[in-house]
Unconditional design. Structure first.
Length: 276
């Protein structure tokens, strides 16, 4: 039997999900580190472990459950990716971004991503909610590398608007209505899993970024090539070093900060769901 090609694998994954989800909504939301408590405030209709979905790989990070959830939130159906995949887990960059390919095949039109980040810009502090308007990709691979299948998108996609200006404008209005500051930032994507050294923080700032993290960029590249409108929100989990001196940070500290500040993000998304 001839092996399936990549497009056929994506199609098989999507068909598996369609058979089990009663409806496919327009919006999918990727939940980053510390943000899975959103699940407790929405109506879950159906959930699937990544382990059950053909060609998905399981999450290995404790704070990322690895479930695809069909849910109702603010009277809207949404798909949640409760737990994301990271390059540092040992997966290929194509495996990390594979769920985004499947979302496109399902018929999703908008991708809202969330993450935790460290700031290299002293204007931002731990707990701040920011929105990504551009990124710098320092992952060692690009998810579009390899033989291109034109059915998945252009070989050389223009990257001048990876993050939808339309959705950023709507997020800005939502923040204004809620009395929250609206901040747009440049995200610096590294592979991790080690956190950054003081010298790396200085380099990242000099290169023009505001925040840094270990996810989002591979997914955003694939989403953009696929034609998905993308919004990416980040909660700053630790502040910039003081005079080059780092404060020791643990994953427990990061999760605690995110959980404490997540209400702001959830309220913005609830406002957006009424508008988009």
């Amino acid at each position: 039997m001839q092996a399936k090609d990549f497009y056929e694998e994506i199609q098989e994954s999507a068909d598996f999900i369609k058979e089990r989800f009663e409806i496919i909504p327009d919006i999918a939301i990727v939940l980053g580190t510390g943000l899975n408590k959103l699940v407790s405030r929405i109506e879950i209709i159906k959930e699937l472990s990544y382990k059950l979905i053909p060609y998905f790989v399981p999450t290995t990070v404790e704070s990322h459950p690895g479930k695809l959830i069909l849910a109702r939130w603010q009277s809207r159906y949404v798909i949640l990716l409760s737990g994301r995949l990271h390059y540092y887990e040992g997966y290929s960059i194509q495996e990390v971004s594979y769920p985004i390919r499947v979302l496109k095949m399902l018929g999703i039109h908008q991708l809202w991503m969330t993450n935790a980040s460290g700031t290299v810009n002293p204007e931002y502090q731990a707990g701040d909610l920011v929105f990504i308007s551009d990124h710098i990709n320092f992952h060692p691979e690009n998810p579009l590398r390899g033989i291109n299948d034109h059915r998945l998108g252009l070989r050389f996609p223009d990257m001048s608007e990876v993050y939808s200006k339309e959705l950023l404008k709507k997020a800005e209005r939502a923040c204004q209505q809620l009395g929250l500051p609206f901040r747009q930032v440049v995200y610096f994507g590294l592979q991790g899993p080690s956190l950054e050294t003081p010298a790396e923080y200085r380099m990242i700032r000099l290169l023009g970024a505001d925040i840094v993290g270990m996810s989002t960029v591979p997914e955003a590249i694939v989403a953009h090539q696929s034609g998905l409108k993308t919004l990416a929100a980040s909660i700053v989990s630790n502040s910039t070093p003081d005079n080059g001196q780092m404060h020791q940070t643990t994953i427990e500290d990061v999760i605690a900060t995110i959980e404490k500040s997540s209400e702001k993000l959830f309220k913005v998304f609830e406002s957006l769901l009424k508008e988009v």
